[in-house]
Structures are given as structure tokens and as C-alpha cells.
Design a protein around this ligand. Structure first.
Ligand code: ADP
Ligand code: MG
Ligand code: ZN
Length: 497
């Protein structure tokens, strides 16, 4: 056969197939102690196995107690996604064997999650999308396997139990997601929401938020779902989108070739830009779920739930609406700023430091220069300080710096964290305040605009025009107040000498 298979582009594939995607997110909840014991969760930089006890080591006879704060985080998440919480929920054992699971089961929630039937809305390039959220439940994290080489040169797998028993929330969507972009946007919106309510730091790079995507295709115009594949190991929003796009193309090519897909769990290889088979997927009945006998059912009374709902801070959707209505930001700017926790923090911080600054001007800096750096040089973006941005905007507003100079100053600040004041000094961007430099420029501007001079003498308000011209000629570096006084003096004084 000489027929050559050309790789079908995603666009061509999407004309024939409709992606059906469901997202599962695990996030580490922000609590001081673990889910079922008193061990501290501050183990990020700790030596292995220094944050454990009989409970999280799964020793026989150790009994769990419920972390109330963790439950409250899930209830708050439920309230924020308009979910329902049943009056009584319970814990279940999910049984499986793996070295990182010392008890041989994970305490989780099976058929009575703390939150169910919620939804989350967000903007995409094709408009607003609402995704149904099947459930949000509470469970415990596993230990961490560390693969290394021992002193005798043998490959060994070590277990660090510091993470064992840390509280995790799993949030599962309905199979409502229809594109790789929607999946990324859902994850971004969920992150913004979790950060807003303080449930999780939800940093994907640091494993505090793990996103898994179930992806299947069906021929456009048909109802039944196809065989799904679960994709794991995506460590950034960008890789969520890339992995799903890849998986859509891969499945389409297989279906086009008449292959039958298998329900696999696949991993995303960031460097290769491909997914690979990790294992065939378990079904939930393989886990032999049964109610946890060591914990009582958890009752959530209405008053507790109401208190949590009332204490919710402003959610991203409301914040976007407020930015548009009260601050006059465009829908785009509001969505971009609220869509990224770091951008929101910078914007709010700069507004607090410069309350008189025009919000739109601040927003432009955040959505333009700042997010540009964030995308290409996240380490540099982390150095951007809200107080320094406020200072920069103030200087621009005061006419001390031209827009061009200000962009240069911003980039320099991000490069090494130097203060705006020191950069402005070092680069000689200081405003020009001496009359011997400004005098000739002002004379030139006056000479070049005889009509404006006549207008001025006829009592028209053209002083600002002259100042603007001088600012332009000095690339924004002239002292505006001084220029104004000097122009006025020359025009009122007649000859202008
Ligand atoms: P599991 O227990 O194996 O993780 P779930 O039934 O909880 O399976 O579903 C996991 C996710 O997969 C959910 O987000 C769900 O919406 C999604 N899903 C279920 N069926 C499909 C399918 N055919 N295609 C894509 N996603 C699916
Ligand atoms: Mg699953
Ligand atoms: Zn413990």
C-alpha cells in the first residue's frame, strides 16, 4: 500500500468529531494539620518522615479524627459553586494496594460527597461557558515515593510519609467540557476561586493543584459518548490545553484508522508533547468501597452551612463584574486580571498604594507589561512589586516619565527587583527641571506655533497645548509645572526672550 497518512490538523478533526471532556482536580487544602491526625502540613522543605504519627503511618489500632477546617474548606467551595450539601455525609474506604498507601485504603467519600450538583462559569474566546460540577469531596493524600540510588549503587524506592494523610479535595465536573481551551479556562477559573476563598494555594507547578482530564470523541451530531482516556501529569495550564489537544488528535487518528480505543490512563510528556499509556484504567467497583467504620457520619447542620456561605469573600465572577461597573475596566481587562491570582494581587496592591491612579492605567500595566513578563519570565514577574508599579504610574501621571521610558523602567525593575527610583536615576530618566535646558525648547515650541500664541493672547485655554508640545520634545522628561510657568511668563511678557 502506498497511501500516506498525513497528520490531520486539530481544526480538521474538530469538523468531524466533538470532544467530550470531564475534569478531575485534586487540590491540597490550606490547613495547619493533616486530615485525620495532628501532624503539621508544613512539610514542604522538611526532611523526609519528620511529619508523621501512628495515624498517618497507618499503624494498626490508630484511630482517625476529622479536621474541621478541611471540612469547612469543602463546604465553602460547595457554596461558591452553588452546590448542594446533604444534611449527613459519610466517609468511605477506597481499597487498593500501593506502597505510598500504608493502610491499604484511602479514606475518601464515595456516594455522599460534601458537595454535589454545582457549576462554574467563565469566559472563553468563544464567550461564556458554564460547566456542571458533579461533586466535591474530601479525602486524604498518599505518601510520596522517591526513586533514587543507594550507597551500594542499587536503585531503590524510598517512601516519605510527610504528605501521607494531608487533606485533599477532589472536584469532578460533568462531561460538559467541549474543547482544550475550555478545559484550561475551567482550571484557571477554579484556581482563582480556590485562592479567593482561601481553600488552597492551588499552585499547579508545586503539585497543590493536580488536573486530570477524561477525554473522548464522538462523531458530530451523535449522542453516545465514546471510550474515554484519562490524562495525567499536566503541570501547568498550558500543558492541560496542549495535552488535551494532542489527545483529541490522537484519538481521531485512531478512530479514522478503524481502531478501537481502550479506556487507558495516559501520562503527558511535556518535552515530547505527547501522551503515553501508563496503565489500563480501573473501574470504581475494583476499589471495593465500603463505609469507614472508624469515623461517624458527618452531620452538616444548616446553621453551620449558612455561616460558611455568609463568610465567603468576593468571588472571581463578582470581582470581574465590579471591576467593569465600578472601575470602568473593559470586560477583557477584568477577566484577564481576575483570571490570574498574581495579576489580581498586583492590581489590588498597586491600587492600594496609588489610590488616585486611574484604574484603567493600572490595568493596562498589569494586562500588558506584567502578564507579558509572567508568560515568558515567571521568575522576573515574581519580582514585580505593587508599590513600585504604583510609583511608576504616579511618575508617568505626573509627567516625570514618558511612556517609552516607563516601559524600560518596568522591564528593568522586573529584571532584578531594583526600585523605580534607582532605575530612573541610573538611566538619567529624571525630569528636566533646569531652565537653561528647557528654555530653548520652550522658545522653539512658541516660535513654531504662532497661531496658538494668538489664541493664547485672545484668552483661549491653550497653555496645556504648549506644555504638551514641550513634553513631547523632551520625551516626557520635562518638569511639567516648571514648563507651564515658563511658557506663561514668556507669553504674558510679550517678546518671550
Ligand atoms: P472515575 O471514578 O473513573 O474517575 P468518574 O465516573 O468519576 O470516573 O468520571 C471521571 C470524569 O470523567 C468525570 O469528570 C466525568 O464527567 C468524566 N467522564 C465520564 N465519562 C466520560 C466520557 N465518555 N468522556 C469524557 N469524560 C467522561
Ligand atoms: Mg477518577
Ligand atoms: Zn500524623
Amino acid at each position: 500500500m502506498t497511501q500516506s497518512q498525513t497528520p490531520s490538523s486539530l481544526d480538521a478533526v474538530l469538523k468531524r468529531y466533538e470532544p467530550v471532556i470531564g475534569i478531575e482536580v485534586h487540590c491540597q487544602l490550606k490547613t495547619a494539620s493533616k486530615m485525620f491526625c495532628g501532624c503539621s502540613t508544613s512539610y514542604a522543605d522538611a526532611a523526609p518522615n519528620t511529619h508523621c504519627c501512628p495515624v498517618c503511618l497507618g499503624l494498626p489500632g490508630a484511630l482517625p479524627t476529622i479536621n474541621k477546617r478541611a471540612v469547612e474548606h469543602v463546604l465553602a467551595t460547595g457554596a461558591a459553586i452553588h452546590a448542594e450539601t446533604p444534611p449527613a455525609t459519610r466517609w468511605d474506604r477506597k481499597n487498593y494496594f500501593y506502597p505510598d498507601l500504608p493502610k491499604g485504603y484511602q479514606i475518601s467519600q464515595y456516594d455522599l460527597p460534601l458537595a454535589a450538583h454545582g457549576r462554574l462559569s467563565f469566559q472563553t474566546s468563544e464567550g461564556e461557558v458554564t460547566i456542571g460540577i458533579t461533586r466535591a469531596h474530601l479525602e486524604e493524600d498518599t505518601a510520596k515515593l522517591v526513586h533514587s540510588t543507594n550507597d551500594a549503587g542499587r536503585r531503590v524506592s524510598l517512601i516519605d510519609f510527610n504528605r501521607s494523610g494531608a487533606p485533599l479535595m477532589e472536584i469532578v465536573t460533568d462531561p460538559d467540557v467541549r474543547s482544550a481551551e475550555q478545559a484550561r479556562r475551567y482550571a484557571e477559573e477554579l484556581q482563582a476561586l480556590l485562592r479567593a476563598i482561601g481553600a488552597s494555594d492551588a499552585d499547579m507547578e508545586r503539585g497543590q493543584m493536580r488536573v486530570e482530564a477524561n477525554v473522548s470523541l464522538r462523531p458530530r451530531g451523535t449522542e453516545p459518548f465514546g471510550t474515554r482516556v484519562e490524562v495525567k501529569n499536566m503541570n501547568s495550564f498550558r500543558s492541560v490545553e496542549r495535552a488535551i489537544a494532542y489527545e483529541i488528535e490522537r484519538q481521531a487518528a485512531a478512530l479514522d484508522a478503524g481502531e478501537t480505543l481502550t479506556q487507558d490512563t495516559r501520562g503527558w510528556n511535556e518535552d515530547r508533547g505527547t501522551t503515553y499509556v501508563m496503565r489500563s484504567k480501573e473501574d470504581s467497583h475494583d476499589y471495593r468501597y465500603f463505609p469507614e467504620p472508624d469515623l461517624p457520619p458527618l452531620r452538616v447542620d444548616a446553621a453551620w452551612l449558612a455561616t460558611i456561605g455568609a463568610a465567603l469573600p468576593e468571588l472571581p465572577a463578582a470581582r470581574r463584574a465590579r471591576y467593569e461597573a465600578d472601575l470602568g475596566l473593559s470586560g477583557y481587562d477584568a477577566a484577564v486580571i481576575v483570571g490570574d491570582g498574581r495579576a489580581t494581587e498586583l492590581f489590588e496592591g498597586a491600587r492600594a498604594a496609588a489610590p488616585d491612579a486611574d484604574p484603567k492605567t493600572l490595568a493596562n500595566w498589569v494586562t500588558g507589561a506584567y502578564l507579558g513578563i509572567l508568560k515568558t519570565k515567571p521568575a522576573a514577574a515574581a519580582r514585580v512589586d505593587a508599590g513600585q508599579l504604583a510609583d511608576l504610574v504616579r511618575r508617568v501621571g505626573a509627567g516625570e516619565l514618558s511612556g517609552t521610558n516607563a516601559k524600560e523602567v518596568f522591564a528593568a525593575h522586573a529584571a532584578d527587583g531594583a526600585s523605580v527610583a534607582s532605575i530612573v536615576d541610573r538611566r538619567g530618566f529624571r525630569q528636566i527641571s533646569d531652565t537653561s535646558t528647557l528654555g530653548p525648547v520652550i522658545d522653539e515650541v512658541i516660535a513654531a506655533n504662532p497661531k496658538a500664541v494668538d489664541d493664547y493672547r485672545a484668552g483661549k485655554p491653550v497653555l496645556g497645548f504648549f506644555v504638551g508640545q514641550v513634553m513631547k520634545a523632551t520625551r516626557g522628561q520635562a518638569n511639567a509645572a516648571l514648563v507651564q510657568a515658563a511658557v506663561k511668563e514668556r507669553l504674558d511678557g510679550g517678546s518671550g526672550s
